[in-house]
Design a protein. Sequence first.
Length: 90
Amino acid sequence: MIHSLSGGVIAENGCHTFAKVRFLNDPVYGDRPYWYLCPFPSAEAGSRVLAPVGRREEMREGVIERIERGVSEQCAPVPMNRVREIAALV
């Protein structure tokens, strides 16, 4: 039986912008990049940002390494229920 005909909801395929951020001068979180939702259309690779990191979601300054625009929720680099959002451009 087709799921949508049985009363279920088909996932919406929203498009989002993702940024790969690295915290360069951070001894704890600088070892690898992290993916974030990017709500700023003017953000580009090399932009400095303020983003939450760690369990306490402490704000740290990082640099965008890569921007992916128009990514559907089905192809997101991280699960949508776990992704965090960049707080500000610096």
